[in-house]
Design a protein around this ligand. Structure first.
Ligand code: GLY
Ligand code: MN
Ligand code: MN
Length: 437
């Protein structure tokens, strides 16, 4: 059973990857499987790079790429072990790696260190990420040092130049294939439904964790893996804590609730934020601030076009936010002054978006040298401006204190209009109030 994988797509990616590596080899390793505590296990979620290239879902796996060789794709995996399989499930084993995952050769993961020296002969460059696993770093170092003499005698190179794999793989992952876009669209659709359910269930006295349960429960009910990152449910001032995941307090009448939650569907995650009134109706100041954030988000989404610099959407979002804050008396002085001095950062301290895909903060560079890179069709990014006015702030009018608002959608860059993958999720004031009723 290959429930979440498309062997043809993974094989095509490997072919492109081997081409992109040129004369260098690559070693892509999954991180260790951490236990939650004692004998209790987390469900293993494959590292995105490894999944992207192989579709392999189990832990203890490494993929070795050797362009131009007779064995260009080697998998090191957990071998069959009937005793262990009783506890943790059926393993694909070495034969599965070859027959079902396209490996040209497969070895037990425990042999990785002892085989590397031989397998890396002839490659002067290696794409490998140091720092993730100290013992593997050491094994690699030992393998290379241990084979130096033999390699010299054979007139073969051994890796002396190392490249972070993110450079090549990030560029590949950044441009989504049509099938990846469809998975992101489905993740977005399920997530939008979950946010609507949350809006319908939120009322004074309901706890943040109850909202979380509705959202995360919907993700699972629809066949998703669960949330792509820990669901944030912040009532009132908790919305001003950007990564608030305690989700423990009761929602209160008159306050807003910020929910940042995205379903991971077949490894691809959505990332949606909505902010809604607990009572079902925005107050005057909440409405004013919400409209500023929404205007900013709509303007920023309009920048998600091929050829525009990635950075443009942030600059546009900031300008609209600052214009709004000046109008509402939250910032003083001119719009330009507040932008130049970055005074707005007191209330808007994060970026306006990020790449989205297998990871919520997905792979790929944002800059080419010192220039913000131009957007290209096939890129997927979030657009997520917000305003956060802390309680007890000494500059903003007290009517806005303790209000945190973020609005976040997922957008595909196309050859034409921005394609909002999460458009089913209500966000105008009228639509949000209707969903809260
Ligand atoms: N949910 C994480 C983020 O918005 O970046
Ligand atoms: Mn985001
Ligand atoms: Mn988010």
């Amino acid at each position: 059973m290959l429930p979440h994988t498309d062997p043809v797509a993974h094989a095509a990616r490997r072919a492109r990857y081997l081409e992109a590596l040129g004369p260098a080899a690559a070693l892509i390793v999954a991180p260790p499987h951490h236990h939650r505590n004692a004998d209790a296990e987390y469900r293993y979620r494959q590292a995105s790079d490894l999944f992207y290239l192989t579709g392999w879902e189990d832990p203890e796996v490494a993929a070795l790429f050797r362009p131009g060789s007779e064995l260009p794709f080697i998998l090191f995996v957990q071998p069959k072990d009937p005793e262990r399989e009783v506890w943790t499930g059926v393993r694909e084993g070495l034969a599965g790696a070859r027959e079902r995952y396209g490996a040209d050769a497969a070895f037990p993961y425990s042999e990785l260190g002892s085989r590397l020296g031989t397998l890396l002969q002839g490659y002067a460059g290696l794409h490998y990420r140091f720092g993730d696993d100290a013992s593997l770093d050491e094994s690699l170092n030992r393998a290379i040092r241990g084979h130096a003499k033999v390699a010299a005698r054979n007139g073969c190179a051994l890796p002396y130049s190392f490249v972070d794999p993110g450079k090549t793989l990030g560029e590949m992952r950044l441009l989504k294939e049509p099938a990846e876009v469809e998975l992101l669209r489905e993740a977005g659709r399920i997530s939008a439904e979950a946010h609507v359910l949350a809006m319908g269930a939120g009322r004074p006295g309901v706890h943040e964790y109850e909202v979380e349960a509705i959202v995360d429960g919907h993700f699972r009910r629809k066949g998703g893996n669960g949330p792509g990152y820990t669901t944030i449910v912040g009532g009132g001032k908790n919305a001003c804590i950007l990564h608030y995941i305690t989700n423990r307090e009761a929602l209160r009448d008159g306050e807003l609730c910020l929910v940042d939650a995205g379903c991971e569907y077949r490894y691809y995650t959505a990332d949606i934020t909505r902010t809604w009134p607990v009572s079902g109706r925005f107050s005057g100041p909440q409405r004013d601030l919400y409209q500023v954030v929404l205007d900013s988000q709509l303007a920023a989404i309009d920048c998600a076009r091929a050829g525009r610099a990635y950075r443009d959407m942030h600059d546009v979002a900031v300008r609209v936010l600052v214009e709004g804050m000046v109008k509402l008396g939250i910032l003083h002085g001119s719009v330009d002054e507040n932008i130049v001095s970055e005074a707005y950062r007191r209330y808007y301290m994060h970026g306006t978006g990020h790449w989205l895909g297998l990871d919520v903060h997905d792979a790929g560079a944002y800059w080419h040298g010192f220039a913000s890179r131009p957007l290209e069709p096939g890129m997927v990014l979030t657009v997520e401006p917000g305003l956060y006015i802390p309680e007890g702030d000494t500059l903003a009018p007290s009517a806005f204190h303790g209000i945190g608002i973020r609005i976040e959608d997922d957008v595909l860059v196309t050859t034409g209009e921005p394609d909002v993958l999460t458009r089913d999720c209500p966000k105008t004031i009228a639509d949000v109030e209707a969903a809260c009723r």
